[in-house]
Structure formats: C-alpha cells, structure tokens
Design a protein around this ligand. Structure first.
Ligand code: ADP
Ligand code: MG
Length: 267
C-alpha cells in the first residue's frame, strides 16, 4: 500500500457482544486520528446513539441521521455534522431501530451504507463505523461498506466464545458480498494486568491470531468511562490518563501499519 493512496479507508469496529468497548474504541480512535491530522468520519450504526453522544452530538435534536441515509431519504453529506473532537459524525438515534425491518424490502439492502459513503467521494482519509451488538442487517451494512474490521476484545474467559461467529460472518461477507473486506486486527481492551486470567487469554489470542493482534493494549481506566458524560472522547477529556495514552498509541500503530499519513505530511 502506498502512503499517498487517495482511497478512503473504511473500518468497522465490530463484536456482536455488548459492553466490550466498541463505542469507546471508535470514538477514541476517531479523536486520536483527528488529532494526528487524519481527516476522519465516524458513522454511528447503533440505535443507542452512544458514539453520537460521546462525540458531543445531541442525538435528541438531529435533523437527519444515518437512518434517513440508509433508507435513501437523505444523502450522507446532508446528515453529517461536526463532532466535538475534530472529526465529523454521521449520527444515529432510536429511529435506526426501525431500519432493520424497513430495509428488508429495499433493493440492495446490504449495500445502502456502502453506496452512500461512495457518493461522499474521497473527502475523508478514514471512516470508522461503530456497530450495534449483533450480526444484524445494520452490522451487515457496515461490513459491506468496509475494507477492514477492528475487533475489540476483553481478555476474559468467554471472550473467545462467539469470536468464531463473527469471523465466519466476516468470511461469508468476504465471499459473497464484499471482496475487499479483511480483518485488520484484534484489540485487547479493558485489560487488567493484575488478573492472571487476562494474561492467559491475552497470550491465547496471540497464539491463535499472531500478527492480527494489535501490539497496543488498552487498560481498564475509569477516565475513559467518565468521558462520554462530558460529550467528549477520553483522549480529549483527559489526554494524560493511561487509557487515553493507550488509544493515542493505538492510533499511531494503525497509522504506521497502514502507511496512513496525515494530510499535512502528504504534500
Ligand atoms: P460497546 O460499544 O461494545 O457496547 P462500550 O464502549 O460502550 O461497549 O463500553 C461498555 C462500558 O465499558 C461503557 O460504560 C464504557 O464507558 C466502559 N469502558 C469501555 N472501555 C473501557 C476501559 N478501557 N476502561 C474502563 N471502562 C471502559
Ligand atoms: Mg456501543
């Protein structure tokens, strides 16, 4: 991959389990990349709208959301709003819960997000998609729009359970719907180094997935959990906290791995 590739990278942050750190990863990675000068868009595909709120966008007062975009009622450029942390947001709210059913009868229902993002052109270097905790039509839209998947994982006993379902879904989408899709990596989150079990599961992940496990490990850190109530990602709310430092390091690891250079370094 050449560093100056004009193509937009589209990564989904997916794991069909709830509460495993998808949203925290999406907003903090978006903010950390934006801080480095990477033009970033966050797409919220979860009807809970947590990534929307955590990006400083009020989900209750949206004129337009990703729901309208998926159903063809608005263009992505109409629905996108600036967030509080240097990146743009295609926001979500509870309307999106209805999309699951309404999409069923629509043409090319899996590709609605992909087409909408393509229509945006190459304005963004990175698009990060926060997925709901399911392998639903919404997640499928994310996977069809993406070229990469980031899987946040808690290093606990049941973490590996269900991972094969996700990996099989990704393989199916790759085979049938989106040849560009690949797993970028597994990110260990909410890590507690004092727990022997965390260490053991972490080592198990490295053995099974090798290079696909990111080197950066995100520790459990309360500042990351406090940040959303201030409408900010942790990396802006308290940049010096251990959790924020880890997400900043993760962004750098991704930038290095992808040869993704900030705009100012490209000229
Ligand atoms: P998901 O989007 O997968 O449901 P969230 O990102 O919303 O998961 O995280 C679930 C809960 O855990 C939230 O309350 C969040 O603030 C908290 N959390 C996430 N990552 C961390 C972390 N590294 N340290 C402490 N709390 C975290
Ligand atoms: Mg979430």
């Amino acid at each position: 991959m050449t560093p100056s590739t004009p193509q937009t990278q589209v990564f989904v942050v997916a794991n069909q389990k709830g509460g495993v750190g998808k949203t925290t990863t999406t907003v903090n990675l978006a903010a950390a990349l934006a801080r480095q000068g990477v033009r970033t868009l966050l797409v919220d595909l979860d009807p809970q709208g947590n990534a929307t709120m955590g990006s400083g966008v009020d989900k209750a007062t949206l004129q337009c959301s990703v729901y309208d975009v998926l159903l063809g009622l608005a263009s992505a450029s109409t629905a996108i709003v600036p967030g509080s942390a240097g990146y743009d947001v295609l926001p979500a709210n509870r309307d999106l819960a209805g999309a699951e059913v309404e999409l069923v009868d629509l043409e090319s229902r899996e590709h609605r997000l992909a087409s909408s993002l393509q229509a945006l052109g190459a304005g963004y270097q990175m698009v990060l998609v926060d997925c709901p905790p399911s392998l639903s039509m919404l997640t499928l839209n994310g996977l069809c729009a993406a070229n990469g998947v980031i899987i946040p994982m808690q290093c606990e006993y049941f973490a590996l359970e269900g991972l094969s379902d996700l990996v099989n879904s990704i393989k199916r989408v790759h085979a049938g719907l989106n040849k560009r899709l690949q797993i970028i990596g597994l990110l260990r989150v909410m890590f507690d180094p004092r727990m022997t079990l965390s260490q053991q599961v972490s080592e198990q992940l490295e053995r099974h997935f090798g290079q696909q496990v990111f080197q950066t490990v995100i520790p459990r850190n309360v500042r990351l959990a406090e940040a959303p109530s201030h409408g900010l990602p942790g990396v802006l709310y308290d940049p010096s906290s251990r959790g924020s430092q880890a997400y900043l390091a993760f962004a750098q690891e991704l930038i290095d791995r992808l040869g993704l250079l900030p705009k100012k370094a490209m000229s």
